[in-house]
Design a protein. Structure first.
Length: 303
C-alpha cells in the first residue's frame, strides 16, 4: 500500500471507530529544521482545539508487518488515554494570566526554520532563535505542548520581549539545569580532535535540563555558565550538541574554534537526527563580559 493510501485508510478507520461526533483531518505539520510530518487532527463536536497524532512512524510499522487494524487500535488507545486538558480550552488559552506560568522557550536554528519563524514570535540570538510554547501537561506517555503563534500575542496583548522574560523564568523553574562530566562517553569524538592536536586533553561536560528535552536553552539561564566558569576558573567553549543539550569545555590555549566547528558538523551529520540539530557553530562564554559570543568563523550550513 502506497503512503498516501495508507494515510487515508487510517483516517477512515479512525472515523468509523470514533463516530460522527468527531471530525478528522490529515494535515502537513511543520516541525524543527524544515521537517514536515503527517498529522491526523481529531476534533470533537464544537471543540476548536484538535489534538494531532503523527502517522509517519505508523507507516514504517505497517511496512514491517503490523496490520492496519492493529495500528488503528493503538491510535485509538493513544487518543483516548490523552484527553484534552482543561488548560487548552479556548476561554482559558485566551487568558494570559491563566497561561503565564506555563509559557516556556527553546532554541532553534534560524536559517533552517525561516518558514516556521514567520508564523511565530521569536527573538534572534546569534545564529539561533528563541521560540515559545505552552507546557500543558506531563504524564507517563510524554509531554503535551502547544506552539505559541503571533495570534496568541495579539490576544494576550504582550510583546515578544515580555514573553521571553516570562518564559526564561518559567523554564528555569520547570526544567532546572544539569551539568554532567561526559568525557568518557564522548571519548571517540574528542579523539578525532586530539588526533590533530595531541595537547588537547580538556574534559567535556554536558549541559541540559532535568527532563533532557530542549535543554540547549539552559545556556541562557541566569548564572549557569557564570557559576560553571568560576568553578573551572576559565572561559567556556560551548558546542551545540543538539536542541536538547550543549557540550562545555574550558577555553584553553591552543583550541581551534574552527576545528571544533568542523567536529560538531561531522557529528550532526552522522549522529544527530535532522530535527534535533541546533547549529554547526561554536560559542564562547566570557567571564569578563558575562556574555556568550559566536567564535567559529566558518559558516557551515546545518542541513
Amino acid at each position: 500500500m502506497v503512503y498516501d493510501t495508507f494515510l487515508n485508510k487510517v483516517k477512515s478507520g479512525m472515523e468509523q471507530a470514533l463516530g460522527q461526533e468527531y471530525e478528522l483531518t490529515l494535515r502537513k505539520i511543520p516541525k524543527n529544521n524544515g521537517l514536515i510530518l503527517d498529522g491526523l487532527c481529531i476534533s470533537k463536536g464544537r471543540d476548536s482545539v484538535a489534538p494531532t497524532i503523527y502517522l509517519n512512524d505508523c507507516y514504517r510499522q505497517y511496512l514491517e508487518g503490523t496490520s492496519l487494524t492493529e495500528i488503528t487500535s493503538h491510535l485509538l488507545e493513544l487518543y483516548r488515554s490523552n484527553e484534552i486538558p482543561p488548560l487548552i480550552h479556548p476561554n482559558v488559552l485566551s487568558d494570559y494570566k491563566a497561561m503565564e506560568s506555563r509559557i516556556a522557550c527553546r532554541l532553534v536554528n534560524t536559517a533552517s526554520n525561516e518558514a516556521m519563524l514567520r508564523e511565530m514570535p521569536h527573538i534572534p540570538w546569534l545564529d539561533l532563535s528563541i521560540v515559545f510554547y505552552l507546557f500543558l501537561q506531563e504524564d507517563d506517555t510524554g509531554v503535551m505542548t502547544a506552539a505559541i503563534h503571533h495570534s496568541h500575542l495579539k490576544t494576550w496583548g504582550i510583546r515578544p520581549e515580555e514573553l521571553f522574560h516570562t518564559a526564561l523564568n518559567n523554564v528555569s523553574r520547570l526544567f532546572p539545569p544539569s551539568i554532567t562530566d561526559m568525557a568518557r562517553i564522548l571519548e571517540d569524538a574528542a579523539g578525532n580532535f586530539a588526533a590533530s592536536d595531541p595537547s588537547f586533553t580538556a574534559p567535556f561536560y554536558v549541559l541540559t535540563n532535568t527532563s533532557g528535552v530542549n535543554g540547549a536553552v539552559c545556556m541562557l539561564y541566569p548564572n549557569v555558565l557564570k557559576h560553571f566558569s568560576e568553578g573551572i576558573e576559565q572561559d567556556v567553549v560551548i558546542l551545540p550538541s543538539s536542541i536538547h543539550e550543549v557540550l562545555l569545555l574550558a577555553d584553553e590555549e591552543g583550541i581551534s574554534y574552527d576545528e571544533l566547528s568542523q567536529m560538531v558538523a561531522q557529528i550532526n551529520t552522522s549522529e544527530v537526527l535532522p530535527q534535533d540539530r541546533l547549529s554547526n557553530q561554536v560559542y564562547r562564554y566570557s567571564r569578563k563580559s558575562d556574555s556568550i559570543e559566536l567564535v567559529s568563523s566558518t559558516l557551515l550550513p546545518l542541513n
